[in-house]
Design a protein around this ligand. Structure first.
Ligand code: GCO
Ligand code: MN
Ligand code: MN
Length: 412
């Protein structure tokens, strides 16, 4: 092939995207509770060792693209489009108005707001730092985010306490820090109750998001399970308002089975919100598009969520790779992530109604016949052959993933 001049590269991408096929219409995509973060659409590819590879994108552009693509919801940090110094000023009001107009114009809704408590130097020692002024400022930021959320019609507020921890052990006292952190969340819930009452709106669902590593060396609430313990610790004044926003990759990062982590959140009634992406075990937070690394695991995750009637948001919290261009972010990254999600969601439906899996599952639950429950050998033997069904189910899931259950065959 001859070298491809840069002005022909976008049309090549377009042609190959068409050749891929399998795109869903924006109307179809809007049927799912999908949300697209401002920070993901506008991510320029920068990181500690990486200079940006893409140019800046405004919130108007992101919202317009979400509308075009059929991503029905938009999510944002308080500082994604409002400078930290402008928070709480008239300028905030103007920007929030402009956001509201852009959302309306493009038929997109704001579903979630989140407070940035990790990037600004004021949070170097976390939002629950020793100095009372820092904690007062953090509490104000949380209350202000709640107010922005109500203004924009959001139903969820998310908190990722990535800076709640330390680099050097012994410098902070963990129990005290967690108590101070709870005070911040209590302030957010109190403000929420008041604003919701005034506005005649329901209160927000407050969701904690765990990540095991980064940016602190040691994190005080590193996993969704740690957060469940924190929610039920007695430190929160409104534990009923606080739940989880697990992120798929963040659970995988510490070596967990994301589906099992989600199951524990479901059992506790705390699966409020879900950040969807993909990546690798025991690596840093690579935030790859959903289904590109672990499609079988993702299928299983969605089977669990579908079978439990999860109806919260699926927030596309991933970072388009640095190798993707500004054009590629909206032509490839986001539409393909959404479409893989929808395909996996539909496949999960097929898993739930698959006759082979159903028969195997029912047989496993029926168990073997005629065994005296106090006779260990009899119980073992009675179920011996049935247990092969575990592996048969796994094979069937693979077949569903690659379409063999619908007769797709491969030449040998
Ligand atoms: C990450 C985190 C963030 C949070 C966001 C919302 O991977 O860095 O997941 O993207 O989701 O800060 O609070
Ligand atoms: Mn996230
Ligand atoms: Mn992440």
């Amino acid at each position: 092939m001859n070298p491809i001049p840069v002005e022909q590269q976008q049309s090549l991408i377009e042609r190959l995207m068409k050749a891929c096929g399998g795109e869903y219409s924006p109307e179809r995509r809007r049927k799912y509770f999908l949300s697209g973060p401002q920070w993901a659409g506008a991510y320029e590819g920068h990181a500690l060792f990486h200079a940006p590879t893409r140019s800046p994108v405004t919130f108007e552009q992101v919202i317009e693209k979400w509308g075009e693509l059929g991503i029905g919801h938009w999510t944002t940090h308080d500082t994604d489009v409002i400078g930290a110094k402008d928070l709480g000023t008239e300028r905030q009001e103007q920007i929030v108005n402009r956001i509201g107009q852009a959302l309306k114009k493009h038929g997109v809704q704001c579903s979630m707001v989140t407070t940035e408590t990790f990037h600004h130097p004021v949070f170097a020692a976390s939002p629950a730092a020793e100095a009372p002024q820092v904690r007062e400022y953090a509490a104000w930021r949380l209350r202000n985010t709640v107010a922005i959320g109500h203004e924009l019609g959001a139903q969820f507020a998310v908190y990722w306490p990535g800076s709640l921890g330390y680099y050097v052990q012994g410098a902070i006292e963990e129990t005290q820090t967690l108590k101070w952190y709870a005070e911040g969340l209590n302030a957010a819930c109190d403000a929420d109750i008041e604003i919701a009452r005034k506005k005649g709106r329901p209160t927000l669902k407050h969701c904690l998001e765990a990540k095991p590593f980064e940016p602190q060396a040691e994190i005080l609430l590193p996993t969704s399970d740690a957060m469940l313990a924190f929610i039920f610790s007695g430190l929160l004044e409104h534990p009923e308002m606080v739940g989880l926003n697990p992120e798929y990759l963040h659970e995988l990062m510490w070596g967990a089975a994301p589906r099992a982590a989600l199951a524990r959140a479901l059992l506790a009634g705390k699966l409020f919100h879900f950040d969807i992406n993909d990546g690798y075990r025991l690596k840093h937070d690579v935030d790859i598009g959903v289904g590109l690394v672990n499609p079988l695991d993702w299928l299983n995750v969605l089977v669990l969520l579908r079978s439990h009637g999860y109806n919260g948001p699926f927030n596309l919290d991933y970072k388009p790779p640095r190798t993707t261009s500004n054009y590629g972010v909206f032509a490839v990254s986001f539409p393909t992530a959404v479409d893989r999600f929808i395909t996996l969601w539909d496949m999960a439906g097929e898993v739930l109604s698959d006759p082979v899996i159903q028969a195997a599952t029912e047989a496993l639950k029926a168990g073997g016949a005629n065994a005296d429950a106090r006779d260990v050998d009899a119980v073992t033997n009675a179920n011996k052959e049935l247990l092969t069904l575990h592996e048969l189910i796994a094979h069937r899931l693979f077949q569903i993933l690659i379409g063999q259950h619908r007769g797709r065959t491969f030449a040998v």
